[in-house]
Design a protein around this ligand. Structure first.
Ligand SMILES: [Zn+2]
Length: 278
């Protein structure tokens, strides 16, 4: 069933666990994630990232995501990840997305604040919750490295930002990066606790692939309620295709797609179990 971001994060808060948010740029990803969530009977978020627009346009995959969420046996939020333009956000709202991350983290603070307020006002006309980011991650979505490194979130500024914007969830910057980690990430999980206590809002971990299970558990204990996870799931799909091609002479693409879907389902399931505290 389709639920909004606020509702799904309330479910996570009730159980003091986190809900996984998985990018689903194609049908195999949608099937993999929803099937894993249904097998575990856990709520889940499926996301579309603006950066995947070229391989998977919002107006096509978005419709698939909303329909699949409505048909699912578990609560599903359909979420727009890292939306940097409000006109793009409007398109997602029209399609029926129930969550959106407005990302103004590369903008100066005042501009981020003003645009996030606009995003909250727009979402209020729909059944949609808003997540925003404060501080900046070590790399942009897609794994491109930043020379400057992360800018950690200031907890006092976060309190003002959350109060003034009226957002439903905050993505603080505490040391994670997007994409595949080249070395073990060093996370400031005490900062998560401080921001959680001061803002009272559900917090979001970006770059959630490749983090150790202990760090996930501590982060969840400290207030993380949404964990974005994609790169390692996608990598598991690619690996399954490689192995199948080495083993057999495959003609039909659907056989490769199916192998990838099953491998991604298994990977997503493992991540969901950690996030749910199983
Ligand atoms: Zn992200």
């Amino acid at each position: 069933m389709l639920v909004n971001l606020k509702e799904i994060l309330a479910l996570a808060e009730e159980k003091k666990c986190a809900v996984g948010a998985f990018n689903t740029p194609n049908l195999e990803c949608v099937n993999a994630v929803l099937s894993a969530a249904e097998k575990l009977n856990v709520p889940v978020i499926i996301s579309h990232a603006e950066l995947h627009e070229e391989v998977s346009p919002l107006e096509k995959i978005g419709l698939v995501m909303v329909l699949a969420a409505k048909a699912a046996k578990v609560p599903v939020c359909v979420h727009l990840d890292h939306c940097e333009t409000l006109s793009y956000m409007e398109k997602a709202l029209e399609i029926g997305f129930t969550g959106v991350m407005y990302d103004g983290s590369t903008l100066p603070y005042d501009k981020n604040l003003a645009n996030t307020k606009k995003a909250v006002a727009m979402a209020a006309n729909y059944n949609c919750g808003v997540e925003a980011e404060l501080g900046a991650l070590a790399s942009r979505e897609g794994g491109g490295a930043s020379a400057s490194g992360p800018v950690y979130t200031d907890p006092d500024q976060a309190v003002i930002f959350c109060r003034e914007t009226g957002i439903d969830a905050l993505a603080p910057s505490f040391g994670t990066a997007h994409g595949i980690y080249k070395s073990k990430p060093v996370l400031d999980l005490d900062l998560v606790k401080t921001v959680s206590e001061k803002t009272g809002l559900p917090l979001v971990m970006h770059g959630g692939s490749g983090v150790s299970p202990e760090d996930y558990r501590t982060g969840i204990k400290n207030g993380l309620r949404k964990i974005n996870y994609y790169s390692y799931m996608s990598k598991a799909g690619t690996q399954a295709v490689k192995e199948l091609l080495e083993k057999e002479d495959i003609t039909f693409f659907h056989d490769l797609a199916y192998a990838a879907e099953k491998a991604m389902e298994a990977d997503a399931k493992k991540a969901m179990m950690v996030f749910a505290g199983f």
